[in-house]
Write a protein that binds this ligand. Sequence first.
Ligand SMILES: [Zn+2]
Length: 468
Amino acid sequence: MKVEMEDVDDSTLCDSVSSLVEGCRLPVHMKGTSDWPLAEIVSIKDLDGLKVYYVHYVDFNKRLDEWVTEQSLDTRKVHFPRKDAAPGTGVSTPKKVQIGSGISNSGQVSRPASPVSTNSELLNGNAVLAAALQKKINRKRKGPSLEGEDSQDGPPSQQSAATGGPRQSGSMVSHHDDIVTRMKNIEMIEIGPHRVRPWYFAPYPQEMVHLACIYICEFCLKYRKSRKCLERHLIKCNLRHPPGNEIYRKDNISFFEIDGRKNKVYAQNLCLLAKLFLDHKTLYYDTDPFLFYVMTVFDHRGFHIVGYFSKEKESTEDYNVACILTLPPYQRKGYGKLLIEFSYELSKFEGKTGSPEKPLSDLGLLSYRSYWAQTILEILLSAKPIGENEKAQITINEICELTSIKKEDVISTLQNLNLINYYKGQYIITLSKEIIQQHYKAMETRQIRIDSKALHWTPKDWGKRAKW
Ligand SMILES: [Zn+2]
């Protein structure tokens, strides 16, 4: 039975799963919740006669994409893909769809567990910014694709052809490749004592894909097919910390600086691991122009990777961070802020302001917004009046100099916090009791801080060198 709707011309009532194709949109039961948000079918496959569907929830981050069975699909209202639509464009431009079966509206489904909606820091406008950012993220990034990133024991060019990753050509990305890179391909990783379920696609070699688990050496980041293989590796691997120079140590926290040219294999394996949790369209397999700052926690077994950020040796646009990631087992413990704080500490040593490369991930944006707010409020609250009965004065430029936060980020933060007022011909910043209380409360949770005295580092002028 096929019923044409008047206002939604390409929607059909359909009671059969057999008519479902890739690109169809319909309400899908999201695992672990009681919600049925609108989702797009990205891929369909046959598992011994059982059809399974890879779905993307239209208004949610891709990390929630998952395989579901027919029972999770509400086939009473299916929105079929338009024949003339370009493939793969559905995600970035969701159309309004009327959905039956008690689901109110495509844009209004909220999920309690969503990290964006549960964040209650003293910021506003996040939703708007996050939405704007999502648009940016959906745009393709420029730069070479991750050709040959799959080789871990030698230069990419020697192995890439044999291992057959999905993005070998590096130039044109076919529709098929686009679908492949939209889907998570690694079931599970084990790194050190942690077992972690990846969030996104990463171009590990074909033979590693669809294993129940990939085993990663937590020190050199090489990957193995089985625990046995990793155990064999660990006998030979004598690294107990990332390669490169330890440039910071305070209590059990250390930072190592790794040159992407000198430690290419490590840098590539780090990028590959990071890609599992970063939704970037492409990665730079050419790690030469980057430095990698890896943060570790120390115990009797060694220095364990917590997170990292990469940084261009030379940035024409004052970027002080390219990619930044806290590994999931260490998230929500203040380490993300510590990474950000460290990146600005390096900028202070360089005597310049910096900003992270855009687009930021949704979680990255939240961390940065919160870091900027806390750092700027800290400066404002410590500003002393010049004379008695005077108000403290500080210029935007002074805030930039003290924090190394780029001017546009300082201004947008002050605006987001609603602190700027115009009064009797000049701009004044008013800090309400409420803002101050919220600030001190937030700062109580930031127990670990970067201590500039523990940083032993001299910036290099990479521009003066003929080659990296
Ligand atoms: Zn190793």
